[in-house]
Design a protein around this ligand. Structure first.
Ligand SMILES: NC(=O)c1ccc[n+]([C@@H]2O[C@H](COP(=O)([O-])OP(=O)(O)OC[C@H]3O[C@@H](n4cnc5c(N)ncnc54)[C@H](O)[C@@H]3O)[C@@H](O)[C@H]2O)c1
Length: 385
């Protein structure tokens, strides 16, 4: 039985608690920690009678000494790193919500703590546990679409003005960035999973509609890969309808999520024929016509983490994956802030390696004009497929 502690019992913690509660024979929530009374509310709402409640993670670690196998961190981004490091140093395995941290320096300190402690560090990127994205990955890996020429990543979300009124959102210091870091992180993780890291990034950042936030509400980035592939990422919280998509264009076919395949055939003059390469389209469609995953999104990823702990194997999404995502996002911020093309990787001497360096270099679009301690209401976590 894996014992689990949750640190941060706000909006997203619901998805985590419901996932753990789905596997009562494999895990048990033994501690809940928050700096507010929300941990007590959560304990009551989910009837977690055996969970002890704490108001600081350090108090939790000393009181629960040796009785926690896995700490699940669902706090705002600025405190992911120090909480994760304290938990790893106390001998606990850790899973941290996205984004892994607010800087590469913090990610490296977390990875060092993982290595020193011999414990596991996993990072949430739950969208890899969706049938269509798994099918897209298989289709790209199969090579059937030929060389990848272009990838279009539309990480399109919509958030009203009040979104940035929550106390930790909308500042570089506590949110760590805007929609590129906190929303597009999902699609950027998947792009790297499918295509790897680019060589160069050129980006523009703007805040077009949220005059109560320091951070960007839209960014457009062009990525160049060593093999000549171009990718473009639009990260946004100003897109009505949130029509998120990832489209791979290969030499032989297009394949995308939401799922669509198309394999053009050239007429002698180079224009597309009416008929497609139906045989190739059929083969590509086979990737999506398979049995659905038993567990998806947060439940899928947390089940994988339970399996990793039970079998003493690495989780599917590691701290190194979380770091890669943050490195590409840091490069987008660097390019946007400097109006220049940025080469990857970013070294330890790069200003964008540290929170201090990022904060000194990025544009502060507007002053944050409101700070609410809490919001009630439902949250959503992306396009339903
Ligand atoms: N994977 C996803 O789809 C997804 C969706 C939404 C949010 N998130 C991520 O989850 C994290 C939390 O977001 P949220 O929307 O739940 O925010 P939230 O504000 O609703 O909840 C965060 C909670 O952390 C608590 N907290 C803050 N500092 C703390 C500390 N030092 N120790 C203990 N508790 C502390 C707050 O009191 C609050 O209850 C963020 O990193 C966010 O990016 C992920």
């Amino acid at each position: 039985m894996i014992t689990v502690a949750l640190v941060g019992t706000g909006n997203i913690s619901r998805f985590h608690i419901e996932a753990y509660c789905a596997f009562p024979e494999r895990c048990k929530i033994v501690a809940l920690c928050d700096i507010s009374e929300k941990c007590m509310e959560v304990k009551e709402r989910y009837n977690l009678t055996e969970a002890e409640v704490f108001y600081s993670h350090t108090a939790m670690l000393s009181a629960m000494n040796g009785r926690i196998d896995l700490v699940d961190i669902c706090t705002p981004p600025f405190c992911h790193a120090h909480i994760a490091i304290d938990c790893l140093n106390a001998g606990c395995n850790v899973v941290v919500e996205k984004p892994m941290a607010a800087s590469l320096e913090e990610c490296d300190a977390m990875l060092d703590a993982e290595k020193q402690s011999g414990k596991m560090l996993a990072c949430i990127a739950q969208n890899r546990f969706r049938d269509q994205f798994a099918a897209l990955k298989k289709a790209v890996d199969s090579g059937l679409i030929g060389r990848v020429l272009h990838v279009q990543v539309d990480s399109l979300w919509w958030r009203g003005l009040s979104y940035y009124d929550l106390w930790w959102r909308g500042t570089w210091k506590s949110e760590g960035g805007g929609c590129t870091l906190n929303h597009a992180v999902h699609h950027i993780d998947m792009l790297i999973w499918m295509l790897g890291m680019p060589e160069k990034v050129t980006a523009v950042l703007a805040n077009t509609a949220h005059n109560n936030a320091e951070v960007e509400d839209i960014s457009v980035a062009i990525l160049q890969y060593p093999q000549g592939t171009l990718a473009q990422i639009t990260s946004s919280v100003v897109h009505h309808g949130e029509e998120q998509q990832i489209i791979f264009q290969g030499e032989k076919a297009r394949v995308s999520v939401p799922w669509k395949v198309h394999a053009s055939v050239a007429a002698p003059n180079g224009f597309p024929k009416q008929e497609h390469d139906e045989s190739l389209e059929r083969k590509l469609n086979e990737f999506v016509n398979v049995a659905p995953m038993p567990y998806t999104v947060h439940k899928g990823e947390l089940e994988n983490i339970l399996t990793a702990l039970e079998q003493k194997i690495p989780p599917f999404i590691t701290g190194a994956d979380g770091r890669n995502t943050l490195e590409l996002i840091s490069a987008i911020y660097k390019s946007g802030a400097s109006s220049a093309t940025v080469k990857l990787p970013l070294g330890k001497d790069d200003p964008f390696y540290t929170v201090k360096g990022i904060m000194a270099a990025v544009p502060h679009f507007y002053e944050k004009s409101a700070s609410l301690a809490d919001f009630s209401g439902e949250i959503t976590t992306g396009r339903n497929l």
